[in-house]
Design a protein around this ligand. Sequence first.
Ligand SMILES: [Fe+2]
Ligand SMILES: [Fe+2]
Length: 313
Amino acid sequence: MRVLHLSDIHYSLGAKDARRGADGCGDNAHGAVAEVGDRPLSLPAAEFYPAMVDRLGDVLPAFEACLREGLAADDAGERVGAIVLTGDFVERGGEAAYRAVGETVHRVCREILGAVVPCIVTPGNHDDRASLRAGWPGALSGLGGEPLLYTCEVAGSRLISFDTSEPGHADGYVDAERLAWLRGELETAASRGQMALVCTHHHVDPSQTDMPALPGAVELLELLRRPGVAVLNGHTHHQAHRVYEGVEYHTADATSFQADPCDVHPAGGAPVRAVRFRRLSGYNVYDVRDRRIVRACAVTYDGGEVLGDMLLG
Ligand SMILES: [Fe+2]
Ligand SMILES: [Fe+2]
């Protein structure tokens, strides 16, 4: 089975299409190149993020380009049998914005594969579960704002939405109840000889990024450390592929932007610590066979557009 993994769309309903290919200097379905004269933002942390989201504009074209390309790949006669979406779907626009993202997934699936394949939809820290459930086309498991804990069985694998989001907990959240549910799913997978792909938003390896790892990562990793299990996640916006603490672990790039710490040097002033945000999109593809990921590949599109610097000093 082939699995397409996308993450961190950060869509805002009604945002202006950021691509300027028609009459500007960029012509790239994966994202814009800034117009001549556009200056990257340079703002204190308190003001930066909303302004960055405005600058980002409509990210659905970049998301759709990644989706389209990932679904179209059919090398070795293998077609995508499931799509994993690991959270941070929407910045602004609530239920209608989730509907727009979900309808994009369904439309592109039908166009390329002739049918909608199973989608594992797991929320991130920017998401609202009730709006996600209300807006996403087709029924998602559970009710209202409760955690999205559910499983899809596809081609002998068990794809598990392990929801680590929780209002007020940007770094993620797990509790004994969620871990007990996951333990049951892993035991079912093992008893049926299935690969368990644990799809979740937050990262568990603190060395991956400056952002704090999931609180409870140690307990979660303890549970996951067994044969036939791999974690697919987002949140860092940087692709990564590793075995961490004995657990196979794949992170997808965002389909919207990436951020990295840096020093900026104002004219005549001392260096200031900052986080630099760049437009970027990408996706991962996995081939699963015999309870193993036998091939993982990642594609990244980085046009070099700096959205701006969030000044920390
Ligand atoms: Fe994100
Ligand atoms: Fe996130």
